[in-house]
Design a protein around this ligand. Sequence first.
Ligand SMILES: Cc1cc2nc3c(=O)[nH]c(=O)nc-3n(C[C@H](O)[C@H](O)[C@H](O)COP(=O)(O)OP(=O)(O)OC[C@H]3O[C@@H](n4cnc5c(N)ncnc54)[C@H](O)[C@@H]3O)c2cc1C
Length: 278
Amino acid sequence: MTPMDVDPNVLTPRMARILEARDMTAQERFFHLQLPGALAHRPGQFVMASIPGIGEAPISISCGPRHDGQLELLVRNAGSLTRAMHRLQAGDFMGIRGPFGSGFRLAEFEGRDIIFVAGGLGLAPLRSLIEPVLAEPRRFGRITLISGCRTPADEIYRERMQAWAGLPQARVVRLVNDTAHLPWDGEVGLVTAPIAELEIDVDNTLAVLCGPPVMYKFVIMELAARGLPNTQIFIDLERRMRCGIGKCGHCQINHVTCCREGPVFRFSELESLPEALT
Ligand SMILES: Cc1cc2nc3c(=O)[nH]c(=O)nc-3n(C[C@H](O)[C@H](O)[C@H](O)COP(=O)(O)OP(=O)(O)OC[C@H]3O[C@@H](n4cnc5c(N)ncnc54)[C@H](O)[C@@H]3O)c2cc1C
């Protein structure tokens, strides 16, 4: 594709009305948005979210696929744009381009046991895959969800995690590094710890990871120690991105453009790109 072939619609934001906006933690604000038309996204894809005159940033779609033009985002207050987003209320508008990225293909997960490992905000993109997988228990195997955050006050999607924990097809382990003297009904430790105790059918298991880069290294080591090959480990990689369509080069790692070929990769695809996990 040459720059002249780019669909102008992917470069023009559509204005989405905010149906609900609420703080989920001190740092993260949840948005439920209504687009004027369908979004038609796959799990693991992201949008470029914007406020006119302020800026635009890649934000993961945090809900499973839907056909009514609605989407959910969880935005961490990280800088100038996201700070402005935290001031938005129900009834306000946000610009949305996309969906972008490769995402996950549900068919690849059919019949498989799946281990999800989320660190902090990493649960937001993973939720877009967790939801459709848990909605069809006959289509997928055993589901394990390991999610960790710093303290109980940092936990995102707590009610959903508690609801998922009650499903017969799911095993949910919620961890904090430190209870910080707050009430906590989960476990204390790092997300790597429960992996050693899991019953893993190595031939039929896929693992899906999303979290800070430092988490990947240790989780992959644990999974490898349990015999899981790199071809069966998916990683959701966040890189600085601008255009979303593989043209500007901001998110390029050697020959790979994260926004177009990623942000979801099999770990085996990244082995020749050591800087991908830094
Ligand atoms: C594919 C993808 C999906 C993402 N999904 C989410 C999401 O669901 N929710 C969410 O809150 N954030 C997500 N991010 C990160 C988000 O894009 C950045 O936090 C945002 O761009 C910061 O914009 P800002 O203008 O508020 O901050 P800036 O003022 O630009 O920067 C503030 C700080 O954030 C750092 N920063 C800027 N851009 C990024 C980035 N892309 N990744 C990491 N750090 C960055 C800067 O180094 C600086 O320290 C995602 C990023 C990618 C690439």
